[in-house]
Design a protein around this ligand. Structure first.
Ligand SMILES: *Cc1c(COP(=O)(O)O)cnc(C)c1O
Length: 357
């Protein structure tokens, strides 16, 4: 039996992407590798139709956290100040990065179940400012909540701050208004909504932001990575096979209709899971209109702890995902990323029926 991954990355691969990793062994100092790197960078901009004169996609060999760390450590300038909007694990992680690099920051913590509060953000920008940058997680995977970038971007515009976005679990599926949102950069990874494998991640930043980048980190220095990649070069050994998979996944993404099609596909699967679980008495934690289409959190069925639920579903071929921190006692999560379809969600719902018997 094939096990389907319903965790938020790595995802169940398509055969097309899996097979792409069996291409010829490649030295990363040969022109074939730089062709691969160029194609990945070009295709990443094309996902959101971005103008290459304004934006640059910078690749790195790391998981999604590496890309977020590169963005935070590099794009807040030496004398910059950062406001971190937090409503989950990943927002907290950004504040921890700022702390580790000695960046001056203020964390605006919200309850993990709550949406970012525009009035509180405005107050913070007024009273504790000025801030050069505001950081926020687009899709807070902790709860499945989609944070409103437009609202926060508008506040940034008013206060002359620029937005740094952790879009690790939304890039490729959710709308991002790159040119209207006062966005300086977005960080993401190959192995979530793009359906590649772990090991390749990236930051898409304005060329202006990259030019002003600070150099606080050695390996994750965004300015150096950008300069070398623009010159068909690389400072270190990249995860060549993960790049093969990323490029093939991006080709497949385009063949399947691009971002709008991926959003529609996830939306249908997420709604199928939500309504199916609701009819079985299992409620969603965040209302659908405030949730991403990528992942949803559900209250654990009455009287069942996460571990036995996980183990029973795994024995039937589905890997679900636990809540983080205190939420592990309350909820479980189901992602709709990767090579899964409506027949798979139907089987998952039947598995819940089997468990109830
Ligand atoms: C998955 C994820 C990350 C990065 O996690 P890695 O394990 O480093 O790939 C960062 N932010 C968000 C919102 C995520 O969902």
């Amino acid at each position: 039996m094939k096990t389907l991954l319903l965790n938020p990355g790595p995802v169940t691969l398509t055969e097309r992407v899996r097979q792409s990793m069996l291409q010829p062994d490649l030295c990363h100092r040969e022109s074939e590798f730089y062709d691969l790197q160029d194609e990945a960078r070009t295709r990443l901009l094309a996902v959101y139709g971005l103008d290459p004169h304004k934006w640059s996609a910078v690749l790195m060999t790391a998981s999604g956290t590496g890309a977020v760390e590169s963005m935070i450590a590099s794009l807040v300038p030496q004398q910059g100040r950062l406001l971190v909007v937090q409503n989950g694990v990943y927002g907290e992680r950004i504040a921890n990065m700022a702390k580790q690099y000695g960046i001056e920051y203020v964390a605006l913590a919200h309850d993990w179940m709550a949406a970012p509060d525009p009035a509180a953000i405005a107050r913070c920008l007024d009273i504790e400012g000025p801030f050069s940058h505001v950081a926020v997680v687009h899709h807070e995977t902790t709860t499945g909540r989609l944070n409103d970038l437009r609202e926060i971007g508008a506040l940034c515009g008013k206060h002359r701050a620029q937005l740094l976005v952790d879009a690790v679990s939304s890039f490729g599926a959710e709308a991002i208004d790159f040119d209207e949102g006062n966005i300086a950069a977005v960080a993401a990874t190959a192995n979530k909504c793009l359906h590649g494998v772990p090991g390749a991640s990236f930051v898409i930043a304005t060329r202006a932001a990259i030019e002003r980048a600070a150099s606080r980190t050695y390996y994750l220095d965004l300015g150096r990575l950008a300069r070398m990649q623009a010159a068909r070069n690389t400072p270190f050994t990249p995860s060549v096979h993960a790049y093969y998979a990323l490029v093939e996944a991006l080709r497949e993404f385009e063949d399947e209709g691009g971002r709008a099609a991926r959003h529609a596909r996830y939306a249908a699967l997420a709604e199928q899971a939500r309504s199916g679980l609701a009819s079985r008495g299992i409620g969603a934690v965040v209302p659908p209109e405030q949730s991403s289409v990528v992942l949803r959190a559900y209250d654990l069925p009455h009287g069942i702890a996460y571990e036995p639920l996980h183990d029973a579903l795994k024995s039937l071929g589905f890997v679900i995902y636990a809540g983080q921190g205190d939420l592990s006692k309350r909820l479980f999560r189901i992602s709709t990323m990767g090579n899964i379809g409506s027949a798979d969600i139907e089987r998952l719902l039947q598995a819940f029926d089997d468990l109830a018997r």
